[in-house]
Design a protein around this ligand. Structure first.
Ligand SMILES: *Cc1c(COP(=O)(O)O)cnc(C)c1O
Length: 366
């Protein structure tokens, strides 16, 4: 079977360095909020060219804490609205509703699968306080249009960069394209820890201070609590793993680009729609997503040919039990995407031989 993602082989590339980093943490006797987390924050902020990076426990917490900080700072209040794409991983939406804010779903562009900026303005009301664009599958959203709208209506822009570490829009990387950004280091992400991890990036000093305190019980100073915070920290062991893997991220992205380029050039089947990319640098290919009318058939056919594929994602957020109040609403573009998409195997350790097998199988499908 050609695996969708071979995490074991990905991490095996760095085995010796990961073990050395692990040993360093064990021997330090310091496991939370120490040199590794500080070091990673400095290195990750430099990678994104932002003033601040703050390590947190996971990607969902990163987004939750940014919105919580805006509430603490008096910029948002209960029942304010946040615009978010209707096709995204559920975490983007949970971050909003868990803050007693209201997610306002906006349909994506059928070609890029990213939030359609031409549909944002019609959803803005006096309660709208932010736009939360998701750089889905590894491609940055049209941030020029989104930031122009945000400036016009005085809205915050919070990027969900969980799938797009390293992707550019123009000459800036994601994490540096809005007011603040949430990253996930879930093991399967392009920059993956060996457990859970996340980070917030921002250029705003006050926001950085507030999210840092909120993730540490609301405390700036030991045993003094300014806010009712939570416990969401990036531990030393995961930070040490991430410091090793961050050094190789650009190299891994390059390898993903080679595989994506090979797929784009060689998959020739009129029943299969390939991804649309606006510019090479915008896409880091966290997922290579194709679209077809006969998705379920294609998935079974590939599986019969020993090729594992996944669907990101099978059920749109508005059709989830968790959001019953939306179940009868129509988001036709999102529904079409969810019923037609299929993610092909892609990673830095995938051999050309396997990529070619996948291409041949796809070209023989009818
Ligand atoms: C993975 C992901 C998250 C959540 O990250 P976790 O670290 O798993 O909490 C949020 N948004 C998107 C788009 C994601 O893909």
């Amino acid at each position: 079977m050609i695996p969708f993602l071979d995490l074991k082989s990905i991490n095996a590339q760095y085995r010796a360095e990961l073990i050395a980093a692990c040993t360093r943490v064990i021997d330090s006797g310091w496991y939370i909020q120490g040199n590794e987390c500080n070091g990673f924050e400095v290195e990750f902020a430099a990678y994104c060219s932002t003033k601040h990076a703050i390590g947190v426990a996971n990607g969902l917490d990163a987004l939750i804490l940014i919105l919580r900080a805006y509430k603490v700072m008096g910029i948002m209040t209960d029942s304010d609205e946040v615009i978010v794409p209707s096709n995204t991983y559920i975490a983007s939406i949970l971050a909003i509703s868990q803050n007693n804010l209201v997610p306002i779903l906006v349909e994506p562009d059928i070609n890029t699968y990213l939030i359609d900026p031409t549909k944002i303005e019609e959803k803005i009301t006096s309660k709208t306080k932010a736009i939360l664009p998701v750089h889905l599958y590894g491609q940055t959203c049209d941030m020029e249009s989104i930031n122009t709208i945000a400036r016009k209506y005085n809205l915050k822009v919070i990027e969900d960069s969980a799938q797009s570490h390293g992707a550019y829009f123009g000459n800036k990387r994601c994490g540096n394209l809005g007011d603040a950004s949430g990253f996930s280091f879930y093991p399967g992400k392009n920059l993956g820890a060996l457990g859970d991890g996340g980070a917030i990036t921002t250029n705003h000093d006050e926001l950085a201070q507030v999210v840092r305190a909120l993730g540490n019980y609301g405390s700036h100073k030991k045993y003094e609590n300014l806010y009712q915070g939570i416990n969401s920290r990036l531990d030393e062991l995961q930070a040490a793993m991430l410091r090793v893997k961050l050094q190789y991220l650009d190299n891994e992205i390059e390898k993903r680009r080679e595989i994506a380029g090979y797929y784009l050039e060689n998959i020739k089947n009129s029943n299969i729609i390939l991804p649309t990319l606006r510019a090479e640098d915008n896409h880091v290919w966290h997922l290579f997503v194709i679209r077809t009318q006969n998705r379920d058939e294609l998935q079974k056919y590939l599986s019969d040919n020993s090729i594992q594929t996944l669907i990101h994602y099978p059920i749109p957020p508005h059709k989830q039990e968790a959001y019953k109040e939306w179940n009868s609403k129509n988001y036709p573009i999102s529904e079409q995407i969810h019923s037609q998409i299929l993610s092909l195997p892609i990673s830095a350790v995938q051999s050309l031989e396997n990529t070619n097998k996948i291409v041949q199988a796809l070209n023989d499908f009818n």
